[in-house]
Design a protein around this ligand. Structure first.
Ligand code: SAH
Length: 202
């Protein structure tokens, strides 16, 4: 898998090391375990998906994470991407809106003894105010705009990655660099396809 990632343009040695050290099969649900190391998205419960390894690596690389960074992730899903980010950053705060997924991901993270990844059930479009500001924010579900709470909770100098597009077919992975209060630079990392970023379930 790592050779494939390198071929596709993942060059950051720390990201490649993290992709090598986290076992994706621990996060994949039973019927799909044999496919854990294929470079494809796989189904989770609740019509959600564990992201494709290449996309997880691409997002981690775009965020240019440092070992002291505090990172917010929106859309914990299986917890796989949170675990990868946990290898590269200081603390990871991950929010998931489907309670069952949040519980299962938190259990997996505990079982694997990953101390710096914290999972919470809730609406990620509101961020995680109590732990802000964040040096990096990774949004693992797509929308038309960046929720304003996330831009506010991003530190100056921080980076945010998000799939942006009106419909999943037109999503682009965008990395926004907050260069000052109210000033931003944007980089485009190509076409991607993520599940929608939705408000909290009733
Ligand atoms: N990073 C995950 C994959 C995430 S799939 C992994 O590695 O497995 C996207 C996830 O975002 C889904 O689990 C979905 O339930 C969640 N999601 C969608 N809208 C959300 C919101 N507003 N707040 C928090 N999570 C949300």
């Amino acid at each position: 898998m790592v050779a494939l990632l390198r071929e596709r343009g993942i060059t950051d040695p720390d990201v490649l090391k993290a992709m090598r050290s986290v076992s994706r099969e621990e996060f994949v649900i039973e019927p799909f375990r044999d496919d854990a190391y294929a470079d494809s998205a796989l189904p989770l419960t609740h019509k959600q998906t564990i992201s494709q390894p290449y996309v997880v690596a691409l997002m981690a690389q775009a965020l240019r994470l440092r070992p002291t960074d505090r990172v917010l992730e929106i859309g914990t899903g299986s917890g796989y991407a949170a675990a990868i980010i946990g290898e590269l950053a200081g603390e990871v705060y991950s929010v998931e809106r489907v309670a069952d997924l949040a519980i299962t991901a938190a259990e997996t993270i505990r079982r694997l003894k990953i101390p710096n990844v914290h999972v919470r059930f809730g609406d990620g479009t509101r961020g995680w105010e109590a732990e802000a500001p964040f040096d990096a924010i990774s949004v693992a579900a797509g929308g038309e705009h960046v929720p304003s709470a996330l831009m506010q909770q991003l530190a100056v100098g921080g980076r945010l990655v998000i799939p942006l597009g009106a419909v999943p077919e037109s999503q682009r992975l965008v990395c926004i660099h907050k260069t000052g209060e109210g000033s931003y630079e944007e980089d485009d990392y190509g076409a991607v396809r993520f599940v929608p970023l939705l408000p909290e379930t009733a």
